[in-house]
Design a protein around this ligand. Structure first.
Ligand code: FEO
Length: 136
């Protein structure tokens, strides 16, 4: 019960219509779920931090790949999307640093932020280049 409450299940409505990006988004969801499950299991701080950083590193790779895809397809709102990526990356790194320093004890807040961040970004922002690719 606890586990299902805390994890995200991939839904078809998260698809941006690009197989490669959907695959990377699925991987992000699975890394987020790993972190969530490690929290539920009561793993130690080092393990949690490692898991969180795994998510951060993959996020950076994903943003880079996605930006390259948008650039190569001539997506007009690339700069705006890149700025959002930068903000999100900074926020997540900030959380990770705070967490590692013991300044962030509210892990539910962190988890909720990550979940909303991922789902809202995919459905609200990524979908726009998906629609653009579908038209072009
Ligand atoms: Fe899939 Fe804009 O991140």
């Amino acid at each position: 019960m606890e586990k299902s409450m805390r994890t995200i299940e991939w839904k078809d409505s998260y698809s941006v219509g690009h197989a490669g990006m959907d695959q990377q988004h699925k991987k992000l969801v699975s890394l987020l779920n790993e972190f969530s499950q490690a929290l539920s299991r009561g793993e130690g701080k080092t393990k949690l931090y490692e898991t969180l950083m795994g998510l951060v590193e993959y996020t950076k790779k994903h943003f880079k790949d996605e930006e390259e895809l948008m650039a190569s397809s001539g997506f007009p709102d690339l700069d705006e999307h890149k700025a959002i990526h930068k903000q999100l990356t900074n926020k997540v790194i900030n959380y990770a640093v705070q967490y590692n320093a013991g300044e962030l004890t509210n892990t539910v807040e962190l988890l909720n932020f990550l979940k909303n961040w991922l789902v809202d970004h995919i459905q609200g922002v990524d979908i726009k280049y998906g629609q653009y690719l579908a038209k072009s």
